[in-house]
Design a binder for this molecule. Sequence first.
Ligand code: PMP
Length: 463
Amino acid sequence: DDQKPLPTPSPDTVHYRALDGAHHIHPFSDMGALNRMGSRVITKAQGVYLWDSDGHRLIDGMAGLWCVNVGYGRKELAEAAYRQMCELSYYNTFFKTTHPSVAELSALLAQLAGPPFTHFFYCTSGSEANDTVLRIVYRYWATQGQPQKKYVISRKNGYHGSTIAGATLGGMAYMHEQMPSKVEHIVHIDQPYFFAEAEPGMTPDAFGLERARQLEAKILELGPENVAAFIGEPFQGAGGVIFPPSTYWPEIERICRRYDVLLVADEVIGGFGRTGKWFAHRHFGFKPDLMALAKGITSGYVPLGAVAICERVAQAIVEHGEFNHGMTYSGHPVATAVALANLALMREEAIVERVKDDTGPYFQFRLREAFEGHPIVGEIAGVGLVAGLQLAREPRSRTRFENGAEVAGICRDLCFSGNLIMRASGDRMLLAPPLVISKPEIDELVAKAKQAIDATARRVGMM
Ligand code: PMP
């Protein structure tokens, strides 16, 4: 059971819990356990704070689900949605029509993403963006007279969404277990998770190269003429904020170029400023051919996903007749209008620059100050406003807890009851606050995280 009952639930709390328990299935939840405890009812949010129906204020260390980049409650975005709904609430882009906000957003994204990205395809989520990536990749190779190029290589413990294709691309065994059939021609290689998987004595640089070269081995095993694409998150998000060694991505890029395999960056979490760059691949120094985008594109105010397409692939699609793919809400006017307002706000307030030069370095410094040498923290990974804290029984020898997920679950519950949202993934604790977080708010966040991790250490007898 991972939820704690709150003292004195208010009448509102009792009411919504009853309705919710009777009629709502939550994502990725053990509903039996959740209903016995009751959900926390979140009723309001502003800036980096959430309020529940019992009047508690929580600091949101996860920006919702890594998406509320400009923080909660920005009127500019609400007004953009209102104006767009009054002017053109909906129209599609299937049959020879377009509309102003989708056209403007495409031009703005081309500017922000820069070369080689020239074109954008829209959907409503990161999962759909990755489904669309597959459709584009297959279409591209078919137009090049190479329809047999259909293997897509991904990584274990990667996350690419929850649709059948998204979950197949992802390397989450616990999701695969609940899927009797998967999308064909998707194969996985090992992840670049140094702390957990490097042999003793191996340097991070050597490990990064070794893991990247698994891609080359897999391409050669399948035959380069059969491999369409490689996909990876620049840093693994849901898998634990795992930062690959610096040797990893340049080697992946070299291998993709050598064998003419499209390189896809899943920027659903990393995109729109999280690392202090507009896109996370820039932090790691490689150039993808396609990007999956979602979340921060609208700061989560309304659903929107997109695929950024490089010129070579876009031209092939443009010049070869109909591409049989699209959703009712592809390029939804309200979603694209909100994205425009969100990106305008990020630029006006220089939010990405602030993350890069000011709040990001401050956050990373504070975390290291709080957790370096901590009895149960073995690694502090991150840059900008994203971080992963590796819990470990013996940090120095990289010895993990036998029951690491349980320990992280305890920590997460302690955070939650201490009014901090921090996520657990395996035996890592994750932070990705809204990009507008101030320094005093960072101090509060880190202090609360420290309290929870100290309390966890005491629970497991390590402090
Ligand atoms: N890719 C990555 C890297 C993600 O983190 C996520 C969601 N956390 C997705 C894809 C799927 O996005 P969505 O939940 O919007 O379908």
